[in-house]
Design a protein around this ligand. Sequence first.
Ligand SMILES: [Cu+2]
Length: 136
Amino acid sequence: MKTFKLSRAIQAALIGIAVVGSAQIALADIKDYEFRLVEPTVTVGKDKVITVRLVNKTIGKPVPDAVIFATRLDMAPEGMPEMATRIALEPGAAEPGSYRFKATFGMEGKWLLSLGAKVQGETGTVESKLVITAQK
Ligand SMILES: [Cu+2]
């Protein structure tokens, strides 16, 4: 009888662990977020606006109020990683969960936009690399 009670206790404990485990899975993970380009192409020239959307992939919803702390735009996809251009976050999003940047695309071809961001209530950082094609 004693061993029976003990195994019941272990069973209850295991169920408890399973419940806690699934609760953690239900919460979003930082890997569930990604930036997506609204427009994959841009015209070559000065002060071009790029819009990205931060989405929670699991629920397909835009994520507002992320803190973007790292931005880089260079021509790595064309074998020119040293060819970086200045990029600045523009204030005032067109809609919640979208983020706008202004940058100068001095050359036709593929540019790599690297973004690093913090999401409210999540640990870790979102890191996305997006390819933008600049054309005439
Ligand atoms: Cu180049």
